[in-house]
Design a protein around this ligand. Structure first.
Ligand SMILES: Cc1ncc(COP(=O)(O)O)c(C=O)c1O
Length: 380
């Protein structure tokens, strides 16, 4: 029997896991102060880039002695410049439990040909964090965007580690507490939790990471866009707004707007609370319905940003086709856009719950998910 369509619709159907919804107060005309058509090396451009760096420090609570750089090629660029610049000095341990972590394993093992210890877990699970040896350099993803599985905290990272930690935090920064004392290299992109524009990445370096850069030269060549040192010294300019190559000043303006919005929501604490409230609405929905479950098996590892769901109803004949059809129905009704599971992930849905999404929109969308599920069960 078909169920009726719910009466309420989300005001904003954007639940994509990247690029993510823009802040609720966003309007294009709010970027009118962008330094367009000006050199990014002119005072006006450099000031905006420096504001973006220091605003990042302020909102994320990054220590004063950490370096923050705006770099090319989004989060991927930031991660890869760290891998290529810093690894090879000591043994490497790679941790992966979904697609992006697996991509960093490929970079290190197949491209850099480093004989790394690789620890992997299936979608929904996480690797044995207690087994990690911090005599090694350790590369991991704070929040696995395609599995909805995150590390529960940073307690498993040794304070007295000899290696460095390289953390892809792109779907965690601005939504989760990141313990800066445990993270030597942290990366994220603007297009994720703050709903910024794509193409630019941020790399955050601890003093230990800088020490590695200044004391170690990898055996392989480094392209210009990966080079953070010159003559064995950190290129300080990169970390004060003199970017390696030309950034989009429109994207910079947009990021400055997003940082202002973050401040208006109470900064990091406010953003975490918003993501938590969004994720809780989805978790409660799963608890109330026996046909859908969180992909993350352990509650402590459940993401509050990229919440991944799987259908568990025994009546479903073809899991992948079913999940796609549900997502298509919701898209056709303009209720939820881009919520299909990532292409390499198990069949299901992925609902972005980062702070730019309004809880009221999640709450309005969920009854429609129940409607689409019923409709698809009937249509099979
Ligand atoms: C964990 C993780 N790493 C890396 C990336 C790649 O990010 P970008 O496209 O910003 O380089 C993503 C994108 O979704 C991601 O979720």
């Amino acid at each position: 029997m078909a169920i009726e369509q719910p009466a309420t619709r989300p005001a904003n159907p954007r639940f994509s896991s990247g690029p993510c919804a823009k802040p609720p107060t966003f309007e294009l005309n709010k970027l009118a102060d962008a330094a367009l058509g000006r050199s990014h090396r002119a005072a006006v451009g450099k000031t905006k880039l420096k504001d973006a760096i220091e605003g990042t420090r302020e909102v994320l609570g990054i220590p004063a002695d950490y370096k923050i750089g705006i770099v090319p090629a989004s989060d991927t660029g930031a991660v890869e410049m760290a891998l290529w610049s810093m690894l090879g000095a000591r043994k490497v341990e790679m941790l992966a439990w979904e697609s992006f972590g697996a991509g960093w394993v490929t970079d290190v093992v197949k491209q850099l040909e480093i004989d790394a210890a690789v620890k992997t877990a299936d979608y929904g699970q996480i690797v044995d964090l207690a087994s990690v040896d911090f005599a090694n350099d350790v590369v991991f993803t704070w929040n696995g965007t395609t599995a909805g599985v995150r590390v529960p905290n940073g307690d498993w990272i040794a304070d007295d580690r000899q290696g460095i930690t390289i953390c892809d935090a792109t779907s965690a920064a601005f939504a989760m507490d990141l313990p800066w004392d445990k993270l030597d290299v942290t990366t994220f992109s603007w297009q994720k939790v703050l709903g910024g524009e794509a193409a630019h990445g941020v790399i955050v370096l601890s003093p230990r990471a800088v020490e590695r850069l200044e004391s170690y030269t990898p055996a392989w060549p480094l392209p210009k866009i990966f080079r953070m040192t010159k003559g064995g010294k950190l290129i300080e300019g990169i970390f004060t707004g003199a970017t390696i190559n030309t950034p989009s000043m429109l994207a910079v303006e947009d990021y400055l707007f997003a940082l202002d919005w973050a401040r208006s929501e109470g900064g990091l604490k406010g953003l975490i609370a918003r993501a938590d409230a969004n994720a809780k609405a989805v978790f409660d929905f799963c608890d109330a319905n026996d046909w859908i479950e969180n992909l993350a098996e352990d509650e402590a590892t459940r993401s509050n940003t990229s919440v991944c769901l799987k259908f568990t109803d025994p009546r479903i004949q073809d899991g992948a086709a079913f999940a796609k059809a549900v997502a298509k129905r919701l898209e056709a009704e303009n209720i939820a856009l881009d919520i299909g599971a990532y292409r390499d992930a198990p069949a299901g849905l992925r609902i972005w719950c980062g702070g730019t999404v309004e809880t009221a929109d999640i709450e309005a969308m969920l009854p429609w998910l129940a409607w689409a599920f019923e409709a698809e069960i009937n249509a099979q």
